[in-house]
Design a protein around this ligand. Structure first.
Ligand code: 3HC
Ligand code: NAI
Length: 699
């Protein structure tokens, strides 16, 4: 490997520019400068055609995101790209891995493009609250037409090389090893004496349907509420149809800079790094030897067990489901088949892939059949005695070194581990429902869990497509513990005079995927009801669950019974406000002597969100989560918190911790509730003039 990130060499009349900037060849300043230098050299040497390619696992995966918060450093990416497009000799580019963002923009300015068949090409900037800022909105429509361009830029998902070839984004598919194949292709171009072919000089083909752009604009406004980038993208692609490349690029630059400076983009960039940081455990070396996980078992084929089994099967890890009765097992397996069949119908997976996965899922009633598995995940009823009994059986049946995990939502993992003679092998694996879809996985480290078990689980989580967050043991771990504080405020606000519709709409307008009461109705109010009874809490004995208990006892369980906090239209499932619930609220408030008043949306948002912030800070202080950004990732991926607000802890920083502490004190004053006592960590950081970000361990 050379010590500069860009190398230039001549192979007869072929000039080869090689970018080598691990891990993902991001377009950092030295790379941009290196490409300009190579072009300067090539301008005067005897090269007749240039070939640009990358070393390592991927083509350029984009601009260097770490540079975005810093002052710009010349040469700018648009300047590098302009230099490539206007280069007087033909420039060919060979792609492999992921050609993303600025990487694809650079490739589109080259005159000829080829890729290995498994390459993926995309403009994912929108996921960072940005838009392509180096010509992507102007060049992609010129190459593939406005429809596919808008789909790729607004959706942010990459397309595969064969589709790119068919769409005109690629000219040629390479076969075999990248470099020899690319050189061979470039030699052929040389032999054909191909001319320079600037993309910017091509016209944009008009959309097939005249009203396409207007429809797209409307849909975007609805779908991306609160985010500026998608609106700009629609404008820019439309502009590409009529404006010169120069004018289009100038407007693109303005919009890009506006997005880059937006709080939404700062939040999404935080989320990008936060998502990756969760795997870095401060106290366990990254090179800790891992345990091999080649086979798994799941105990309990219910809602969670079935979904968890699918995660393993889909990742190529054979899995055995264990149940107590044949009919339960048959039902569980049937549900898995149905879920997979639905995914095939929706085009998510092919029928062949699903058939292969299903063949690796076995069922049994006999713990003897799982004696040799490397990992077990228990997903039986949420009851300590039942779980301890299962763990005793696992202890007796499983081979030494087998990792034993529990999917408990709330129970004490130390007590579950204590039922075995091997607590070092026991860990919590809190999946979210539906387990085959939801990305979040809380990896619960119990007191005695061995480091290699934790590290193995963190890696395994990525293998099965999850974002793992390591958490410590407490009631509800990170996510559900914060949810309780949040849900409690929703209940109190109802008794103080808000309606379910008002609470949900306030939170949804703020950006939550769904309001808390609608979520309750969706999940089923009986779940919380049963859990309170299991904990020995008498029905209606607690203010903040009095309404929920009453609704369940009226057989209003939520969507599944047609009514809960709302009524549900049997045909459309649309939620409708229910005057009976509002009457009930008044009665319960009177009974508990809670004075009712008019409540503003702003108070609803403040109370729900600051309850999350204060609980999150307590969780950090107790060391239940390692860093504030881990808390953000939990809440964004498990609870519908808007990613463009960066998560509750990032949001607290953007409000300013001083302002957060002041507002918490005001709420304590207003409600007389001690829950608003600011967490000591918040007070400390605010007094020091620091944000929670200072605890993330990033620059
Ligand atoms: N800039 C800086 N660092 C980056 C980066 C980027 N564009 N892309 C990835 N990295 C870093 C990651 O933070 C990670 O660092 P770490 O090891 O210290 O945690 C390391 O590279 C490896 O990344 P992943 O763990 O994500 O590796 P994967 O192999 O799983 O995925 C990838 C590779 C698909 C390229 C993925 O990293 C990715 O999606 N990257 C971002 C792509 C992107 O958004 N590009 C657009 C950037 S914006 C832009 O180009 C603006 C332009 O229009 C002007
Ligand atoms: P469920 O009731 O749908 O499934 C439990 C299954 O376990 C049943 O099929 C039952 O027959 C089986 N089972 C009971 N005892 C068993 C034993 N001794 N051996 C083998 N199988 C046994 O419950 P669900 O919802 O799947 O929950 C399971 C666990 O996952 C609970 O701990 C729950 O708290 C947790 N969880 C549930 C979530 C949800 O949204 N449903 C989300 C995250 C965690």
């Amino acid at each position: 490997m050379s010590n500069t990130p860009v190398d230039y060499a001549l192979d007869n009349t072929l000039g080869i520019i090689r970018v080598d900037n691990p891990p993902v060849n991001a377009l950092s300043q030295p790379v941009r400068e290196g490409i300009i230098r190579a072009l300067e050299q090539a301008r005067t040497d005897h090269s007749e055609l240039l070939l640009l390619l990358c070393a390592g696992r991927t083509f350029i995966a984009g601009a260097d995101i770490t540079e975005f918060g810093k002052p710009p450093q010349a040469p700018s990416l648009p300047d590098v790209i302009a230099a490539l497009e206007s280069f007087p000799k033909p420039v060919a580019v060979a792609l492999h891995g992921t050609a993303l963002g600025g990487g694809l923009e650079l490739a589109m300015a080259c005159h000829y493009r080829a890729a290995l068949p498994d390459a993926r090409l995309g403009l994912p900037e929108v996921k960072l609250g940005l838009l392509p800022g180096a010509g992507g909105t102007q060049r992609l429509p010129r190459l593939v037409g406005p429809e596919l361009a808008l789909e790729m830029i607004t959706g942010g998902a990459p397309i595969r090389a064969p589709q790119a070839l068919a769409a005109g984004l690629l000219d040629h598919m390479l076969e075999g090893e990248l470099e020899p194949a690319a050189v061979q292709w470039a030699q052929n171009l040389l032999a054909q004496a191909v001319p320079v072919r600037p993309t910017g000089e091509r016209p944009v083909p008009p959309p097939a349907e005249a009203d396409f752009l207007a429809r797209h604009r409307q849909q975007t406004a609805r779908k991306f509420r609160g985010q500026p980038a998608p609106g700009y993208i629609a404008e820019l692609v439309e502009l590409a149809l009529s404006a010169s490349l120069e004018d289009g690029l100038a407007r693109e630059r303005e919009c890009f800079l506006a997005c880059k400076a937006s709080p939404q983009s700062a939040a999404l960039r935080h989320v990008f790094f936060a998502e990756r940081a969760t795997s870095k455990l401060p106290d366990i070396p990254a090179d800790t030897p891992l345990r091999a996980v080649r086979s798994a078992a799941v105990i309990g084929a219910g809602t969670m067990g079935g979904g968890i089994a699918m995660c393993f099967a889909s990742a190529g890890i054979p899995v055995t489901l264990v149940e107590t009765r044949q009919d339960y097992l048959d039902n569980g397996l049937e549900k898995i088949r149905q879920n997979y069949a639905n995914s095939v119908k929706r085009g998510r997976f092919t029928a062949e892939a699903v058939a292969g996965w299903l063949a690796t899922i076995r069922g049994t009633l006999d713990y003897g059949d799982i004696a040799d598995v490397d990992l077990v995940i228990e997903a039986v009823f949420e009851n300590m005695a039942v779980k301890q009994e299962v763990f005793r059986k696992l202890d007796a049946s499983c081979k030494p070194g087998c990792i034993l995990a529990t999917n408990t939502s709330y129970l004490d993992v130390n007590a579950i581990a204590g039922a075995t003679g091997r607590p070092a092998d026991v860990i919590g694996a809190h999946f979210f429902s539906p387990a085959n879809v939801m990305k979040l996985l809380e990896v619960v480290r119990a007191e005695k869990t061995a480091d290699d078990v934790v590290q193995t689980f963190m890696k395994l989580a990525r293998t099965i497509g999850k974002i793992p967050v390591a958490v410590g043991v407490c009631h509800g771990f990170v996510g559900n513990r914060m949810l309780q504080a949040y849900g409690r405020q929703a209940q109190l606000l109802l008794l103080e005079g808000a309606t379910p519709t008002q609470v949900d709409q306030a939170m949804e307008s703020w950006g939550m995927a769904m309001g808390p009461l609608a979520v309750g109705d969706l999940a089923g109010l009986d779940i919380g009801y049963r859990s309170r009874r299991d904990q020995g809490i008498e029905s209606r004995s607690v203010l903040e669950s009095a309404l929920a208990d009453t609704l369940v006892e009226m057989e209003r369980l939520g969507q599944k019974s047609g009514a809960g906090y709302y009524r549900y239209d049997p045909a459309t499932r649309a939620r409708q406000a229910d005057p009976d619930v509002e009457q009930l609220l008044r009665e319960i408030a009177a009974q508990w002597q809670v004075p009712q008043r008019e409540i503003k949306d702003e108070e609803i948002v403040d109370r729900l969100i600051l309850a999350l912030v204060n609980e999150g800070a307590a969780i950090l202080q107790e060391g239940i989560a390692a860093r504030p950004s881990d808390v953000d990732i939990v809440y964004i991926n498990g609870y519908g918190f808007p990613s463009w607000r960066g998560g509750p802890m990032f949001h607290a920083d953007s409000l300013g911790l001083d302002a957060v502490v002041t507002r918490l004190e005001e709420l304590r004053e207003l409600t007389g509730d001690d829950c608003w006592e600011p967490a000591p960590l918040l007070r400390k950081l605010a007094a020091e003039g620091n944000g929670l970000e200072s605890l993330n361990g990033r620059g």
